[in-house]
Design a protein. Structure first.
Lengths: 353, 353
């Protein structure tokens, strides 16, 4: 697992370069899609993306990483395709991801995202639900434009199927995640099944759809799909680590924010499964309260430390990242693109924001 | 317009027969799709469809008319296709329609639908939003099964495109409809643009997708699409009539319910556009209040009567129904299927529930 154990400076530079390489193209196509949709809810979409303020005035763009589009275009190039062919898919994936954010913010009653007021707080719940729906279907319609980019009809259908399957998984994972709030004990298996839907499915589809657009054989498409899903697992576990021990200045969220919101994230689920009975019961009891005070938060942090939950999480993320690279080890690709995928896997695990 | 001016008993029997002809097949396929999806939110979907109660016990099925699936299968047969080929599309259309109902009920804060507690009141807003999302993507995935039913890849893509375009229109219409609440004056043009999205787009897609699955040429597909959209306009205007003057026992809603909820429906929009200034201002002023008392409702009903709004609505619905039949007048089809479409158009206008 040497390729994922630490991210050397060269790796960080490679990830920055690859994200930059795709970002401008995707953003331009995304803006064209949103502005060209000819729909009344376009302004709400622009607000959500951080392109305009609540009054409709253009603002300096928020710097989203656009990981899903980047993974999609990278996998297209990895199988020897021209990234331009996968561009409609990259836009579709970013639209799907953002539709889930709009609905998640309503479902979680979140007031802010990346330091900006959430859409539902600005537009009200009815328009925010509808804007999410509208963004979702716009994503679907945009994916069909793969046909205009030169992808054959049966391959476009494969791509649509991959995205649809991912979105079914996404809603299933979200259903489980909402259900976790009312569940005292969540097992690692339940956690992994939830994340497989909520986070991993769409990253899996990002990689698979990129490979499909790039002209890959079915076996390679499956390999990239597995790679993307495992990257998604790694990504979420590291996200959970940052949600507890991340630096507030870098993540944009207060330290231990996920504890305060009683999230059943990987470290907590791990601790619930590995602490001795007495400590486990303390953790469970604290977490069952409707809200946590600062003493409770400190207690939870001590119990997580006692369980070795931070190390266990870091190791789990690394295992998933290594497994992701294993999935495509037998697939032929240009060494530069393999190095990109390796750097991306390492970044997913080592990132601090 | 003799075919739409009144529904003879033979027409009513024909509509009942055609709805029955398709209903059992669609329902069986719909249940198979929901139960076979393998998702945790299937129980919420079953609750919404009226197949189980809030505790999960099976209940006697609610008798949905399934108009969109019926229109889809009818148009498939009208162009000489086997209805079995369009069955996945029929299921997809019913899923899309019901996804919009689930989200509409949250957006309108509706407590009941067809006499049953709405999903969000049973499951909470987060799970209800997510179940709607999940039903939407299940619809999409089901549509792809047209390929398994023997429809060629490029035709499946045409069907997906037709459904996606309709859903973009649907969200756009919903955006306008929510916006109407805060708008004092809505013109007939604005009303028609809203209904063209909110109601007509999906009925248009129902007809078009049926024709696509049935193997129709592009020109016939367009004709059926136009027919379905115009049927949708007729359907909505008649829905608006029933929302004000419908019999409570038949519609399941109190008389004048749409007035009480200050809906900018066709009769009100018509009256706002045609009453003399003094009466128009009275109507506008009453409607601008945050809630309406029984005296207000009675006043609105008198003003609508003074404007001749009920007759004007009935005439508008009939014009749309006649225009729907005009759209397919040049399309070759079996006389029995044309008679079915004519009976359906008449039913849309003359129905009392």
């Amino acid at each position: 697992m040497s390729e994922t154990s630490a991210l050397p400076a060269a790796g960080a530079a490679r990830v920055a370069a690859l994200l930059t390489r795709y970002r401008e193209r995707v953003l331009a196509a995304l803006r064209e899609t949103v502005d060209g949709a000819g729909v009344g809810y376009a302004g709400y979409m622009r607000y959500h993306f951080g392109w305009q303020d609540a009054a409709g005035n253009p603002i300096a763009e928020a710097a989203g990483k656009m990981l899903r589009p980047a993974l999609c275009l990278l996998c297209c190039e990895a199988v020897g395709g021209d990234a331009a062919r996968a561009l409609p898919a990259a836009v579709a994936l970013e639209l799907v991801h953002n539709f889930t954010l709009i609905h998640d913010d309503i479902e979680d009653s979140s007031d802010t995202r990346h330091g900006r007021t959430t859409l539902w707080r600005v537009a009200g719940i009815p328009q925010a639900i509808n804007t999410g729906d509208g963004m979702f279907v716009l994503a679907h319609r945009t994916l069909l434009r793969l046909a205009d980019a030169g992808v054959a009809a049966d391959r476009v259908l494969d791509a649509v199927r991959a995205l649809d399957d991912a979105c079914v998984g996404l809603c299933d994972g979200q259903h489980a995640d909402i259900g976790f709030e009312g569940t005292a004990h969540v097992t690692l298996e339940q956690y992994e099944a939830m994340v497989a839907g909520k986070t991993a499915a769409l990253l899996g589809a990002s990689a698979a759809v990129g490979a499909i657009a790039g002209g890959a054989e079915a076996r390679a498409v499956d390999a990239f799909g597995a790679c993307g899903r495992r990257l998604g697992m790694a990504f979420q576990v590291q996200d959970d680590v940052l949600g507890i021990w991340g630096d507030a200045g870098t993540t944009g969220k207060p330290v231990a924010d996920d504890i305060r919101s009683r999230k059943k994230s990987f470290p907590v689920v791990y601790a619930l499964g590995s602490l001795p009975t007495a400590e486990r019961e303390r953790l469970r009891t604290v977490y069952e309260q409707p809200s946590l005070g600062e003493d409770d938060v400190a207690l939870v942090l001590r119990l997580l430390e006692a369980a070795g939950a931070r190390d266990a999480s870091a190791q789990a993320a690394k295992r998933w990242a290594a497994a992701a690279l294993d999935a495509v080890r037998e697939v032929e690709m240009h060494p530069d693109r393999r190095a990109d995928i390796e750097a991306l896997a390492a970044f997913f695990v080592d990132r601090s924001a």
